[in-house]
Design a protein around this ligand. Sequence first.
Ligand code: HSE
Length: 310
Amino acid sequence: MKVSVKTPATIANLGCGFDSFGLALPLYNVVSVEETVLPGSGIEINIINEKNNTDNELTDVATDKTNIVYKAIELLYNFIGQIPNELKITIKTQIPIGRGLGSSSSVIVGGLIAANELLGRPADQKVLMSIATEIEGHPDNITPAFLGGVTMSSWEEDGSVIYRKLPWNDDWKLMVCIPDYELNTEISRSVLPKEVPMKDAVFNLKRSAMFVDALYNKDEELLKLALKDKLHQPYREKLVPGLSDIMNNLKHTNGVIGTVLCGAGPAVLIVYNGINVSEIKEIVTNSWNYFNVKCNFMNLPIEKEGASIL
Ligand code: HSE
């Protein structure tokens, strides 16, 4: 038996919600898991760059038991007191890797749902969410990959994940600006301080509350304030040359609601409300040109659906 699961790309943090908020995008990875018939054939992992997307450098992705999809599936098997023996895992990727678009969460979630199906669904969504978060290290990409839409999540001390879906006003458009280089999440987390000033914590605390209220009440002025951050973006600016220029240059551009780093970067998300696309693109292109960075733009709606079995 073979099970394939399609899972969306995601953007985490969304400014103020470091490790908490996330949203899904209509770009997908597909993970297939099958138990191979021949005993002793072991674990086989294949990774296929589906769109022949030259931006996707897959040579660094492990195809042995250190692969994150395998590690997640192994935890699920352990949860029911088993270990995986013969498995073939195929990962078809469309989501650019190392850009802050949740490629790792997407394949972890896809692999877990597929393996759970293969095993006769021993785990419910909460258990799968906890296992996925344990592998990923934070739940903000995992939750929208599972559920679609915009989400908040919290990884609790007992290992469980508290999560909710939030509404989104479809008048608020998304432009994802993807630069031509990768940024490793571990490196991007290593520049963050262990402790932050109380006033910065309070700044983000207030903005997280504003973010939720802005979404429920379609309050654009509040969202403008909410899409700001003092906990991670200021520290990551040095890893994303041009980020502060893009943010400053777009601050007063008509129609721009906010500009944030996508997850750990280096892609940038612009939330806007009009048709002012060409001016926004020009500002981003010029800001990155100065640093010799080329960029791809994607105007995408929110993906409302989460991972699905094909
Ligand atoms: N919240 C995470 C971070 C997302 O900003 O490091 C990246 O996986």
